[in-house]
Design a protein around this ligand. Structure first.
Ligand code: HMG
Ligand code: MG
Length: 285
């Protein structure tokens, strides 16, 4: 039997947060419902952030209220602070994610806090989530390069990843936010992170700006990483990372993993349907 590699679907959140036009809530719900049929175990569908910062995600509660929840699927939401946690909890997100950065420049631009301040802000969120038995995932952005500070030192990524793990995150997702990482840089970064976070608790979150996400996934597979974030149709980017193209496209990751002999558990036909839907949303701009 082939080994399983999980794709954590990011399209409805990381994808749609960056679309210029406001996507109708009903279209977002239709996309999530299609993704639920494709066989994902985890789908990031919402983000409880300031609507002044990211207006695209202002209807997150409505999205969570409108979707048809499939059994065994965890619907995730970003929560930068307690206000976000309260929103996610009220909307019944199955899991939440806190999102930090390995670089100071991006931390300030994205969440208006230094790295140290952000960790202080996350601690009560994780505590509240623990009390409510809501799993928390932790992101580290700019694991290879920062649009403001340049290349990121692997040791700095390991430091932030360990801080999020120690706080109680069940998995650490490593974000190549601006997609400039090379397989060499990603491997060096992982070597540092895997000294402090077990591979079973690490995920790769690679944007495809320079077209290297798939080779970076292969480099990560070689180091034991078995979870990758991706967005159908290659939707998205990050509004606070100039030049960040979309996440690597889920259908490309699925095809590559399948070719390499891994099992993603996804239904190819439904995945293609979701990707076509995502591409239409993008073309609507
Ligand atoms: P701030 O301005 O410092 O916050 O922003 P504040 O606490 O001073 O509050 C300012 C206003 O925002 C107040 O409203 C708050 O109530 C409101 P006002 O009194 O002015 O009317 N506010 C909120 N409203 C709704 N939900 C909330 C919330 N918090 C405060 N949770 C803050 C700090 C973190 C809120 C802001 O910087 C923010 O929302 N940033 C989010 C940016 C973002 O969403 N970026 C994209 C996601 S990260 C990403 O894409 C990277 C990732 O994919 C990994 C990778 O690729 O590397 C995960
Ligand atoms: Mg991202």
């Amino acid at each position: 039997m082939s080994e399983t590699v999980e794709i954590f679907e990011m399209g409805p959140r990381d994808g749609l947060q960056n679309e210029k036009r406001q996507i109708p809530t009903a279209d977002k719900i239709a996309l999530v419902d299609c993704l639920s049929r494709a066989g994902f175990r985890r789908i990031e569908v919402a983000s409880f952030v300031s609507p002044k910062w990211v207006p695209q995600m202002a209807d997150s509660a409505d999205v969570l209220a409108g979707i048809t929840r499939a059994k065994g699927v965890s619907y995730a939401a970003l929560t930068p602070n307690m206000k976000g946690f309260e929103g996610a909890q009220a909307a019944k997100a199955d899991e939440i994610a806190i999102f930090g950065s390995a670089s100071e420049g991006f931390s300030k631009a994205n969440i208006n806090a230094t790295i140290a301040e952000s960790l202080e802000r996350f601690a009560p969120v994780v505590e509240a989530a623990k009390l409510a038995s809501i799993p928390v995932r932790g992101y580290v952005s700019c694991v290879a390069d920062c649009p403001y500070d340049g290349p990121t030192a692997p040791a700095q990524v390991a430091k932030v990843a360990k801080a999020l793990l120690d706080m109680g995150c069940y998995e650490i997702s490593l974000g190549d936010t601006i997609g400039q990482g090379t397989p060499e840089a990603i491997s060096a970064m992982l070597e540092a992170v895997l000294q402090v976070v077990p591979a079973a608790q690490v995920a790769g979150h690679y944007h495809d700006t320079a077209g290297r996400a798939l080779v970076n996934i292969e480099a990560s597979l070689a180091q034991g990483v078995r979870v990758f974030d991706a967005a159908v149709g290659g939707l998205g980017g990050c509004p606070y990372a100039p030049g960040a193209a979309g996440n690597v496209a889920t259908e490309s990751v699925h095809a590559r993993l399948t070719k390499l002999g891994y099992d993603t558990g996804l239904n190819n036909d439904v995945l293609e349907e979701a990707a076509a839907m995502a591409r239409r949303m993008r073309e609507g701009n």
